[in-house]
Design a protein around this ligand. Sequence first.
Ligand SMILES: Nc1ncnc2c1ncn2[C@@H]1O[C@H](COP(=O)(O)OP(=O)(O)OP(=O)(O)O)[C@@H](O)[C@H]1O
Length: 231
Amino acid sequence: MHDVVAGYGNTTVLHDVNIAVDDGQIACLIGPNGSGKSTLMKSIYGFADVKAGTVTLRGEDITGRSPQENLANGMSYVLQEASVFPGMSVHENMLMGGYVFEDDERANRRAEELYDEFPILGDIRDQRAGTLSGGQRRLLELARALMVDPEVMMLDEPSIGLEPRFIDDVFERIKQLNDLGTTILLVEQNAEKGLSVADRGFVLASGEIKFTGTGTELLNDDEVGRLYLGG
Ligand SMILES: Nc1ncnc2c1ncn2[C@@H]1O[C@H](COP(=O)(O)OP(=O)(O)OP(=O)(O)O)[C@@H](O)[C@H]1O
């Protein structure tokens, strides 16, 4: 993002934001509640209004592109809010992740590949998504976002509301995906956990980037520790 000013209608949330994530990296964005972390992701993906500045992907200007265009372009996004379709089965939810495919068979094939990766989802493919536990739901959201085999993934608070044993599992998955070449931008309330897996970290406060560094640099920075990591 280059000098991005963004928000919703007349409301401005982000002020001159500059961040860069290299190909193949995991980047983690931390900051207080309401600082604009979700808005930053939404303005990359076309869910918030970019009023000035540009968003580029591999050098190409993607400012203002719609979520559908971004998805078809190999970028997927797991929202902070619960986003499974509760009345649909696990499998139907998976197929929704591939709705940009022109060919239905391709979506079915891709879902089968992902059940090999996530056997727990294969086992419950016919279950209504509304009946899943929090951990199962998060896994479904993650797997559904993989339907398009994305090059870039944005994950907004993947560990929110999960029991500790599921949190470790989700972070393991994130590292595995990154090892397979997916570039990841993460927003994480659990700042220590997020920064500890991140090649690059950003601290956002009041809509401005206050600190940038490697994950380790931010974890070891006294001021970041005092202000944002609970001392
Ligand atoms: N759709 C919207 N319309 C208007 N204002 C919004 C909208 N969504 C968010 N905001 C405002 O934008 C600001 C930043 O919210 P945002 O959700 O981006 O913060 P955040 O850092 O992700 O917070 P949290 O850590 O609590 O999830 C808040 O003041 C919020 O009220």
